[in-house]
Write a protein that binds this ligand. Sequence first.
Ligand code: GLC
Length: 417
Amino acid sequence: MHLTEQARATLRLNDKGRYTLPTHGLYPYQWNWDSAFAAWGFTTFDPDRGWTELETLLSGQWDDGMVPHILFHRPDPGYFPGPDVWQGRGPIPSSGITQPPVAATFMAKMLAMDPAGAPRARALWPKLHAWHRWFMTWRLDRGAVCVTHPWEAGRDNAPDWDNAMRAIDVRDVGAYTRRDTTHVDPAMRPTKYDYDRYLKLVQLGVSVNWDHGALAKINPFRVADPTMTFTLLRALRDMITMGRRFGEDVAEIEDWIATLEAGAETLWNADMQCYDSRDVHSGKFNDVLSNASALCWYAGLNDQRARPAIERMLDAATYALPSFDPAAVGFDPLRYWRGPTWPIMNYLVGSGMEEQGLSDLGRRIRDDTAQLISRHGFAEYYNPLDGTPAGGETFTWTAAVWLGWASDHREDKRGAA
Ligand code: GLC
């Protein structure tokens, strides 16, 4: 089967009607940013289904504006921690945290591909606006966007969190049974040390009924993060373009952009010469060069300072772009966000570079991504040194990246793969 057909079949395979699973087994619910990728992927061949995906995601929005990172539409014993542990307080059982706000940017892309979807986009715009306001209200530190749980950044076990994780007391976390390691080799997953802390943070959120103000006071984990800051900055730019078209007042969003641009500068680690995450409690940088450091171009910042470090990272790997600097201590080419290359991040980074005129680098990332997918299928992520596919298989967002971006540069588009 032609790879594009396979990508479509993968989306169909994971399609639950009104939302899409990231992959069967490992992730049996609707995940926030995965879903935005899915919506975009569907729009390349079935726009109606694409819009429905975003509508379902936004139907889980809490009344304070937050859009949860997981919507537990139907109970599934194969996943832990489930709705009973999270106790989210939205209209649909959910987690109590959010994920990178890429939905508005994908909505803008969908609108460009499917202008007939304008009424549906227009109906979603105010909901996205409310979500973005929630970030601006609850999550800023010196203008940069913070995460209150490592899972919020979508980079679960990234080394960015190590310092903040150390400060979490897990003595009373209690017993629990993980499910992820029954689906995937434990060597590719976060460790028990990590999981104890992930759960403790959930318990803290539940203890204040996910009151964001109260949680900020007791949470030992608060990290200003380039993933969140850059994706929100980009989302706001797309919201302005769409908002003007829809006759919305966008003055407030312009102010938010100015705030975030100043905030992004507080993530510039001058010693490391890269964008970095910053521990809000200690005020210190985490000294991590990651693929999130390279999202500045996607955010619309054409920052020449950022290029050399990213190029070094690219040169150190066979396949672009490792999630963590291969030259750093602790780099692990198979363990999730501590080394592997992720097509979805490659897309965000690579397309941002292409937009900002760094076409050589953007192209390199796109070609590598296309090679990995065409050789090994729609894996969750890949070893950046030898290309081994890893994590879950038949991944929705990897298929979406193929459909929306990576397939454009393939010579074997006619079906050699
Ligand atoms: C993992 C990833 C996260 C993703 C989720 C579902 O938790 O780290 O980014 O959204 O899986 O694919």
